[in-house]
Design a protein around this ligand. Sequence first.
Ligand code: SF4
Length: 274
Amino acid sequence: MGQSTIPSDTVCYPAKLVHGHIENLLSKNVDFIFYPCMTYNLNEGNGLEEGAVNHFNCPVMAYYPELLKANIETLNENNFIRPYLDLNRRKNAAETITKCFSKFKLNSAVVEIMLERAIKSLKEHRRNIIKEGVKIINQARKEHRKIIVLAGRPYHIDPEINHGIQNILTSLGFAVVTEDVVAHMSPVPKLDVINQWTYHSRLYRAANYVTTQADMQLVQLVSFGCGIDAITSDETRAILERKGKIYTQLKIDEISNLGAVKIRLRSLAATFGG
Ligand code: SF4
């Protein structure tokens, strides 16, 4: 649906999909779309991120609302609300939200409390993901199955983006968990690049953890057109191969023919065992 408003065919696949989501919302006559620009992701500082100098979102993710506004003619100042938000600065974020929704006469102090509650829920959600992941790991070990850490970013959970690659892995006999299940179990390894993006910092820690587990390998989902992954994939490969692990990278884009992906994963199963 959004194809005609994508200005560059070289942008990553997740970004392309946003155009379709926006068109879909507009076709449903929603009152407005709230899509903030976010230079920073949340600072996940949990003591294991030493060496992380910042917690940015990638530039595409951070400022895509601006691109959408410039390229989708039906978006305007009334139906597309896109403030600059930093959720690490709650008071400031609450003031910004209060201002851009002034017609609803919100109270900034109440918005701040709501933000705190939302962050608390998010943390709880993350703890649940870890809990489920640990269950899967324990079960796999009981059944002597090998474990794949399928590493990407949160939006790879969209079935249109991941193309069901996790199902191919399970059909080969592997147990599958995502990188956010194990990232917190490892410190940041030695890196040759600046560790400054939240999601990519998780990736480095997850890769480092995998090197300490005999029954785990990592598969990295990389979006075609992702500039940042050009860097993270080299770094992830180095972290894994330094310790004798196999690096498997799968490029995902709008092509739905999974023939090449299946061959790569079958090769991994033949080498490592499912
Ligand atoms: S990190 Fe890569 S895949 Fe994700 S939004 Fe940025 S450019 Fe796209």
